[in-house]
Structures are given as structure tokens and as C-alpha cells.
Design a protein around this ligand. Structure first.
Ligand code: ADP
Ligand code: NA
Length: 345
């Protein structure tokens, strides 16, 4: 349709993002910015209030917020076109979260899988589900999908680019919006889930696990600012198998197939079987060299831009963050005026 879109997405301040974050999220943000109509609104948030559901050292959090902002700019998000902001600077997010939590079902929340895996211990999750005492489960970790719903709804977003693992939370967001509407009337559009073509980039160390910030042990992940040498080294150490030639078969050959996928995604291709066929006569060493080469070339401008931004210093990033927060507060407050009025607040 031709109605203006409002795109919203968020990323936790986990420091310099890895290749999975880039192909699964950040590159898609930049693509959406390029293809947007002038009347579309694009809003990208560094979701620091989500990061604190797990304890953070203050100095590390401060640094990681800055690094993530620099990375978002380095991949091509233009702060004059898109609103880029830190969630904690926009109090309307937390305000709407409280309001939505008054109508959110704890039963629905307890069925969500993400917090269970973040808890790390299945027993705690099971104990919680059966109503037993679970001192390790914090309220914030349990209820963060309500904050995520607020993040999206407070800007009346119409499309939300997310990874596969977040699709469940988008459903919950629509549910929470529906509950609000049946009590107070319609305020929010129901946001659509937009899945990235690169849904799961796998770890180079263990191709059965996704590439993740929680596995820093080399060669598991490529960081956007890794040097060409570091990138080559990690790919050379990537776990593959001892079969000859290249094929695409994620089940039987997860390591090789992950390399094929990365090679394809770097070229914005998703026809993995064709890509594998084009590489079929490569040895493992040749395959790894090719993938490393294309990743090095693809990340080079990002790394250069990241360095340029870092040289501009904290003051430049602080100005960008403050200006983004100001625009985000304006966008969020427009919604909150409607919400408070609808509720008699
Ligand atoms: P991590 O999974 O490393 O903890 P986040 O949960 O902060 O990273 O994810 C930030 C964004 O990057 C999300 O949109 C998520 O779906 C995407 N993402 C993270 N890891 C991957 C991956 N391995 N492959 C594809 N997308 C990913
Ligand atoms: Na994740």
C-alpha cells in the first residue's frame, strides 16, 4: 500500500556487532533505509534497557552503547534520515511498558521460549512454570517482551525487521495491542514482522550453534571491525568436514553449508544450491579463502567508516545520540498523548 510506513527495530548494546548481527539485522536496516519512500519513518534503537535484564558493569555498558552507535552509523544508517537513539533516553518506552503490563497475560509470557534460554537453566524455567520459588528469575527478564511491545507500539510502527528468534515476541506485541484496543479503543497499528533473508548465520567454531555474542571464543564469530588478517585466520580455522568438494546440505554438512550461506549472503543471494554448485570443485582451503575474501571486501568500507567515526571522538557520537533521542521522544510522545487520553490519564 502507499500509506507511509513506520519501521522500527532495536539491537542490544553488546559492543561491536558480529557478522550475524550484520547480515541478520543491520544490513537489512540499511537496505530498508535505501528503499524507503520520503514519507516513511525509520526508527532504530539501541535497547539498553533490555541489556540490563542481565547485570552489566556500568563502564562496559557505557562503552558498548557507544560502540553500537558507531557501528550503526558505520553500516550506513544516516542519522539525518533515520531516527537512531538510545532507549533509556526516551522515558515513554518504560511508561507504555507499565501500561501494557497491566493488561498482559503472565500465562502467555511464561510460555515464551527466549527468557527460558536466557535463564540458562531449564529447571528454573520449569520450576517457575509450576509456580515454585525461583529466586534466580528476575521480573525484568520475565517481562521484557512487554517492554519490546512498548518499544514498537510507542512509535506506532507498522513493520518490524527482526530475526527468526523474535517472531514470537511480535505475535505477543499484536496480542497486547489487541487487548489495549478492546479496553480503550484503537490507537496502534498492528505491526508486521519482516524477516531478514539471513536468518541464522552459524558459528565458525560450532556450526550447529548460531554466531553469537555469547560465544567469543575464536574462531566462532567475525566482528565488523576485524582486520583482514583476523578474518582470514578465523575462516581458515572454521570447522568444516573431511568430504571432498562443496555442496549445500545444512543437515549433513553444517560447516560447509554455513560458509556457502555466508558467501551467498555477502552477494545478496539466497540460491544456496546454485552457489554451492559454482564452488563445487573447490578444496576446503580454496572455499575458505574465497569466503574470507568476499567478507573482507564487504566489511572493508564499514571498518573504515567505523574508524573514521571513532576518530571524531565521543563528542560527535554524543551529539548524534542526543539529537536522535530528541526526535524519538517527539515520536513517542505523540503516541502517549493518545494513550493517556484514551485511558483517562
Ligand atoms: P546475539 O544473538 O549475538 O546475542 P542479539 O540477540 O543482540 O545478538 O541480536 C541482534 C540482532 O541480530 C537480532 O535482530 C538478531 O536476530 C540478529 N542476529 C543475532 N545473531 C544472528 C545470527 N547468528 N544470524 C542472523 N542474525 C542474527
Ligand atoms: Na539473539
Amino acid at each position: 500500500s502507499n500509506a507511509p510506513k513506520v519501521v522500527f527495530s532495536g539491537i542490544q548494546p553488546t559492543g561491536v556487532p558480529h557478522l550475524g548481527n550484520y547480515l541478520g539485522a543491520l544490513r537489512q536496516w540499511a537496505d530498508l533505509q535505501s528503499s524507503a519512500s520520503p514519507s516513511d519513518k525509520l526508527i532504530f534503537s539501541i535497547v539498553d534497557l533490555h541489556a540490563i535484564t542481565q547485570r552489566q558493569a556500568p563502564e562496559a555498558l557505557r562503552l558498548h552503547r557507544r560502540e553500537m552507535l558507531a557501528a550503526i552509523l558505520a553500516v550506513g544508517i544516516d542519522p539525518n534520515r533515520s531516527i537512531v537513539f538510545e532507549q533509556s533516553r526516551v522515558p515513554q518506552h518504560a511508561e507504555l511498558m507499565w501500561i501494557l503490563s497491566c493488561g498482559a497475560s503472565t500465562g502467555y509470557l511464561s510460555r515464551m521460549t527466549q527468557w527460558k534460554s536466557k535463564l540458562g537453566v531449564g529447571e528454573d524455567a520449569d520450576a517457575f512454570a509450576s509456580g515454585n520459588n525461583t529466586p534466580r528469575l528476575k521480573l525484568g527478564l520475565f517481562s521484557y517482551p512487554v517492554l519490546q511491545a512498548a518499544d514498537i507500539l510507542v512509535h506506532r510502527a507498522t513493520e518490524v525487521p527482526v530475526g527468526e528468534d523474535q517472531a514470537q515476541h511480535l505475535e505477543f506485541t499484536r496480542e497486547v495491542a489487541g487487548t489495549f484496543h478492546s479496553s480503550y479503543g484503537t490507537v496502534f497499528p498492528l505491526p508486521k514482522t519482516v524477516l531478514s533473508p539471513a536468518r541464522r548465520v552459524m558459528s565458525l567454531r560450532d556450526p550447529l550453534q548460531k554466531m553469537s555474542k555469547s560465544d567469543p571464543q575464536p574462531p566462532s564469530r567475525i566482528l565488523l571491525i576485524d582486520t583482514p588478517e583476523e578474518i582470514s585466520k578465523k575462516f581458515q580455522k572454521a570447522v568444516t568436514d573431511s568430504e571432498e568438494g562443496v555442496t549445500y546440505d545444512p543437515r549433513a554438512r553444517p560447516g560447509v553449508s554455513n560458509l556457502v550461506q555466508i558467501y551467498a549472503h555477502m552477494q545478496r543471494r539466497t540460491d544456496f544450491h546454485n552457489v554451492a554448485n559454482e564452488l563445487k570443485d573447490c578444496t576446503m582451503k580454496e572455499l575458505k579463502d574465497k569466503v574470507a575474501g568476499i567478507v573482507i571486501e564487504g566489511l572493508r568500507p564499514i571498518r573504515d567508516e567505523y574508524e573514521r567515526i571513532s576518530k571524531e571522538g565521543d563528542r560527535y557520537l554524543e551529539i548524534v545520540a542526543e539529537e536522535g533521542a530528541r526526535k524519538a521522544r517527539e515520536s513517542a510522545e505523540e503516541t502517549m498523548v493518545l494513550v493517556r487520553h484514551a485511558m483517562g490519564l
